[in-house]
Ligand binder design. Sequence first.
Ligand SMILES: Cc1cc2nc3c(=O)[nH]c(=O)nc-3n(C[C@H](O)[C@H](O)[C@H](O)COP(=O)(O)OP(=O)(O)OC[C@H]3O[C@@H](n4cnc5c(N)ncnc54)[C@H](O)[C@@H]3O)c2cc1C
Length: 374
Amino acid sequence: MDADVIVVGLGSVGSMASWRLAEVHGARVIGMERHALGHDAGGYAGESRLFRTGYHESPEYVPMLLQAREHWQELERGGRRTLFHPAGVLSLGAPAIAPMRNVLASVEQHRIPHEVLDAAELSRRYPQHGALTDEIGVLDRFGGVLRPEPAVHEALRRAREAGAELMDDTAVTEIEPVPGGVRVTTEQGVRTANHAVVTAGAWSAQLLPRLREVLDIRPLVLTWFAPEDPSRYAPEVFPGFIRDTGDVHLFGIPSVDGALVKAGWADRWGSIDDPSRLTRFLEPRALAGVGRDVHALIPELPAQPSRHSVHMDAYTPDRRAVIGTPQPGVAVVAGLSGHGFKLAPAFGEIAARLALGLPQQHDISRFSPDRFGG
Ligand SMILES: Cc1cc2nc3c(=O)[nH]c(=O)nc-3n(C[C@H](O)[C@H](O)[C@H](O)COP(=O)(O)OP(=O)(O)OC[C@H]3O[C@@H](n4cnc5c(N)ncnc54)[C@H](O)[C@@H]3O)c2cc1C
């Protein structure tokens, strides 16, 4: 066998899995990436990602989130790049709605440092958020802003330093079982390993047909706005946020470049059949709706974005990733459903353990590919 593990797709999870496999577990790793390493078409692109432990989706994620937090710190400590801004994350919404109940349950059950703020206190501390009436705010002090592109680079650097062979411009076309392992075919040739890990993001179903009916490819559009006074949106004074008001679900990230603030819809951009069909530029009129909502909720921001970029992610029907071994010798982590970057190092560790046959540190049965049948 050429390696213990071949990692297919060196984006968010694949870069972290390669790092964990090579450095932490001492495995012989070959990583294969169809584009350049750290290219700008991955699910991680777009300058920043929210990290939060007050979790809208469910408190069940918190142990994994806390582990991811430790891995992020470990990754940052070993290099010279800033990977995390500890700005905090503010969840805003009526206390009775399910996402806010989940946030409160997450921070209370797991003793996450936090503050619960009423509308008057919110208006005093964060007047940028405009009028608030029946909303409360939960400030997650473990929350903050991850820098995804440098993080992927750093994980790949660490993997390479620990002996991983990382191949760019290497598209995997097939993964087949062979006695004792797998044969991975690329446009450049064939390599073998005891195990393969598929972390191919929106492209995963091309390699694992079983996932075709499960993964829905959704474009996600990032929008940035220019405030009159960017200092009011610096990470030191303006936490990242998620706000649920009526049917508007807005997220925002403080200004990491000292000029623009990222704010936008979390998910309202439809689906596409094929990742190669992603339209990467939108006409200004396609952005009018998101601009209107951002300006309505944060009146200091203009209604017209100064910058936008289009990305995509693979969603599952229950918005929970697919993690498991769908065929002999092949582990998969895919379908991160728009909220998986923060978990990438924990998912990378899980993938490493699946591939090496080591016990898991978390119950991953809820992520099983088998839950969808087929
Ligand atoms: C706009 C946007 C905003 C988001 N905001 C947040 C947020 O604030 N917080 C958060 O936690 N999450 C967020 N997410 C979700 C998170 O970023 C994604 O879930 C995550 O990046 C997906 O990671 P991945 O490893 O599955 O895929 P990717 O990072 O896309 O990696 C897949 C890699 O596989 C490669 N590949 C594909 N096919 C092959 C092949 N055949 N051979 C070789 N290589 C291949 C690809 O080129 C790519 O590099 C957001 C996502 C988007 C798109």
